[in-house]
Design a protein around this ligand. Structure first.
Ligand code: NAP
Length: 292
């Protein structure tokens, strides 16, 4: 078997078109403010790509740089100023925060209606109630890719002939694994969530018709972990060394093995990440509507 690629681009392009149309209809330009208080290269790169994505659809972007040793108070003051600024539609706090600073406490300071990363407890809580408005972007991306794959997702209990999907989510982080599991649970999937304490990972993953992997460990999921014909959504992003001494980005799934077993698989890069960026733009529009 050779799996079909479940690419992020078609979904992302549709979201971006919807965002552009929404901005034209709103008649005002939304603005994203990203707070960066770190020298971390990954966070700096992520901030740059957010800026580019905003520019592409006509959303203003402001990078609010603070020193890498900024205090809790200084970052809280910045968040308070952005909360109070009517020109700012969305706020993102880039991770990591400086050592000794409580990142969770900072996330709670963001006005939930401007929390376009979906990290405020109010927005994470709304996911439990089945809401995707300001849900974490990556979880929304996983959900959109699952939908695009055509796996059966039900809005109401299925009739006797229907059968809820068997799903396995590997990784239970607050912004990826847990909310992805909840969004799928809401569609009458039977969701198993695996984590570092899971005794027999393969026993769970091989039962899944939809396998979502969000760990951050290259090579964790091999062909033998996948049920033949399953849909695989690989969230992981790992930089690995290649034989010629260079490096490349791979997911958590051994792609060459997985394509021989799965029916569909997201590429890395070009899968979940592409849709996640677009979901951030969608969240900015949702935030603008909430604030209107
Ligand atoms: P995270 O907060 O580090 O969470 C990783 C999760 O994996 C944790 O729940 C951890 O469990 C679990 N885990 C660790 N080792 C495991 C193992 N051997 N078996 C099963 N579970 C294991 O990371 P994250 O933010 O969720 O991100 C996960 C990956 O997705 C990373 O590679 C990240 O770069 C990538 N990511 C991609 C996107 C995108 O748009 N494509 C967006 C966000 C993140 P414990 O907590 O119990 O240790």
């Amino acid at each position: 078997m050779s799996a079909t690629l479940l690419e992020g681009a078609p979904i992302a392009e549709q979201i971006k078109a919807d965002v552009k149309a929404a901005i034209a209809e709103m008649g005002r330009t939304p603005k994203l403010a990203a707070i960066l208080a770190t020298d971390n290269k990954g966070a700096q790169f992520y901030a740059q790509s957010q800026g580019k994505a905003c520019e592409e659809v006509g959303i203003d972007f402001e990078l609010c740089e603070l020193p890498a040793d900024a205090s809790q108070c200084a970052i809280e003051d910045k968040i308070a100023a952005l909360n109070a600024d009517p020109a700012v539609t969305g706020i993102i706090l880039l991770m990591p925060v400086p050592e000794g600073v409580d990142g969770r406490a900072l996330q709670r300071c963001i006005d939930p209606r401007k929390d376009v990363d979906g990290v405020h407890p109010a927005n994470l809580g709304a996911v439990v109630q089945g809401s995707t408005t300001l849900a974490p972007c990556t979880a929304q991306a996983v959900f959109a890719l699952a939908k695009a794959s055509g796996v059966p997702l039900f809005d109401a209990p299925m009739d006797a002939a229907g059968k809820g999907l068997e799903v396995c989510v590997v990784g239970h982080s607050e912004i990826v694994g847990k909310p992805s599991a909840l969004l799928l649970l809401d569609k009458f999937c039977t969701v198993t969530v695996c984590h570092i304490g899971t005794q027999d990972l393969k026993a769970h993953t091989t039962r899944a018709d939809l396998l979502v992997v969000a760990v951050g460990k290259a090579g964790l999921i091999k062909g033998e972990h996948i049920k033949p014909g399953a849909v695989v959504i690989d969230v992981g992003i790992n930089r690995v060394k290649t034989e010629d001494g260079k490096s490349k980005i791979v997911g958590d799934v051994v792609f060459d093995e997985a394509v021989e077993v799965a029916s569909q698989i997201t590429p890395v890069p070009g899968g979940v990440g592409t849709v996640t960026t677009a979901m951030l733009l969608k969240n900015i529009i949702d935030a603008a509507r909430l604030q209107a």
